[in-house]
Design a protein around this ligand. Sequence first.
Ligand SMILES: *[C@@H]1O[C@H](CO)[C@@H](O)[C@H](O)[C@H]1NC(C)=O
Ligand SMILES: *[C@@H]1O[C@H](CO)[C@@H](O)[C@H](O)[C@H]1NC(C)=O
Ligand SMILES: *[C@@H]1O[C@H](CO)[C@@H](O)[C@H](O)[C@H]1NC(C)=O
Length: 219
Amino acid sequence: MAARARGSVRALLAALLAPALLSLLVSPARGRGGRGHGDWDPVRVPPLPPREDAARVARFVTNLCDWGVLATVSSLEAVRGQPFADVLSLSDGPPGAGSGEPYFYLSPLQLTANNLQENPHATLTMSLAQTDFCRKHGFDPQSPLCAHIIMSGTVTKVNETETDFAKNSLFTRHPEMKTWPSSHNWFFAKLNITNIWVLDFFGGPKIVTPEEYYNVTFQ
Ligand SMILES: *[C@@H]1O[C@H](CO)[C@@H](O)[C@H](O)[C@H]1NC(C)=O
Ligand SMILES: *[C@@H]1O[C@H](CO)[C@@H](O)[C@H](O)[C@H]1NC(C)=O
Ligand SMILES: *[C@@H]1O[C@H](CO)[C@@H](O)[C@H](O)[C@H]1NC(C)=O
């Protein structure tokens, strides 16, 4: 009786798990690129650069992240002048070949864009918590070991010379953007970085200058 019950539980579990297992087997390994954010193959997350090279760690985090949280100063009557944060998709270029410039695709319909219109100052934070890196190592998102960076500056529209690069950077990693309604008047923008803080170990944030940050090259 008990054995039969155990057997049927096993059968039920097998029936429930089969589709999941099957989809694991048949679905192609999802890479980066706007789909399945954060659950791509951990084997493909390259190793963190050496901690002594905080500028390189910052560039690494920027390039791995598909999105970040941008804090602006609110222009909404109810919370005017108060901090206001929202999730934004971003890209600094192709995986492994980022420019370091966090590009955004914004619409005047967004609260964030309205805030920026009044006050372009903003702070962006990006965390490897969105990849498998922290889960795999058992690092809580708030732990400095779960590498994350904070960057302040002003958000500016991308000029014509830079538009193609911004567009290609964003659309290859967020293919869905191509289908966003043109009636929303999307435009390309980026954070003009003035200050960078890197959290990747205990002992407080490391300060990286924009010069050090943009000086990093990837082979
Ligand atoms: C466009 O922006 C880039 C990057 O900020 C800059 O190097 C370039 O000089 C700008 N081009 C024009 C025409 O303003
Ligand atoms: C970027 O910020 C620096 C420092 O505040 C400023 O001098 C520069 O004009 C800004 N560049 C753009 C394109 O807004
Ligand atoms: C830029 O990189 C070179 C080569 O890695 C290094 O020697 C130099 O100190 C760096 N400069 C800055 C400002 O980070």
